[in-house]
Design a protein around this ligand. Sequence first.
Ligand code: SF4
Length: 343
Amino acid sequence: MGKISRRSFLRDSLILTGSSLLLSSKYSEPSKKPALDGKEKRKYPSYLELEEKGILSQRIEKLYSVFENCNLCPRDCRVDRTKGETGKCKATSKVKVSSAFPHFGEERPLVGKRGSGTIFFSNCGMRCVFCQNYEISIEGEGVEISDERLATMMITLQNMGCHNINLVTPSHYVPNIVFALQKAIRRGLSIPLVYNCAPYETPETLQLLDGIVDIYLPDCKFMDPEHAAKYSGQTYNYPYYVKIALKEMHRQVGILQVSGRGIAVRGLMIRHLILPNNLASTDKFIKFVAENFPKNTYLNLMAQYRPEYKAFDYPELSRRLKRSEYIQAIQLARKYGLNRLDV
Ligand code: SF4
């Protein structure tokens, strides 16, 4: 799954689903309640318990205070985003969204029959030279909205029947997301949150998401600091933080659990974008997963890389993946005993 690039899917979806309605102030929520799977509703999502115990409000307070001296991600910019200052991600404390719609191009356990309720956030702390969504993530295409409006998007996606709320590139807006979540819970939100990230995350931010996120969907790129620095805006520490992040995510949610209908309800779903010429150190990454997580950890080895944005400035990145490179990765994962591959 995930064989269609997000950018091309996004372009098509804007036409097909009328996602711009979700950004329009004229939009009114459908009154129809979703037909939720009873089993999912009983057990998950876990954020309901945090709200019941009053813990969610404490988390919101802590997270919003981070905006004043921002270290939400390992960039550690220390800017005051509440005063309009921006760091590497170029985001202020006002959340900016590019689009929201039921996505049918994600992994099967997320999509089911009714789609994954995807919200694409603008801006990003990574700055990858090959980014397929660079207009959104690097150029900041999107619309600034209130946290209340973000809550409305969540409710709307649920009312459209989506199986989850899929937060794409959420890291720099975690305070807004959790605040919006609380508002949405109070309006009846009851489907799991999918945290679909780089995952260039600090352990501190992830710990504040413990019990809030049920499904982590980290898209892991580099295992070599030099490659991370060269192709993703000087992120030498990317491999270091990714390893810690994956372990923390697994500690929180464990391996992927699905409902009787095969829909993801909780767990870690790892993605790895294979780059040409082994620039993502795919061999090292597979070894890391095999040695640190159960063999039935969900792993999607993604073959859809194609040169975009500034990738043509780097000859080693300026071609698609060869079939032999993909097969080699799959064979290696199998050799290590990983038995839950998305192929
Ligand atoms: S979220 Fe943005 S401003 Fe904050 S540390 Fe990361 S890149 Fe810097």
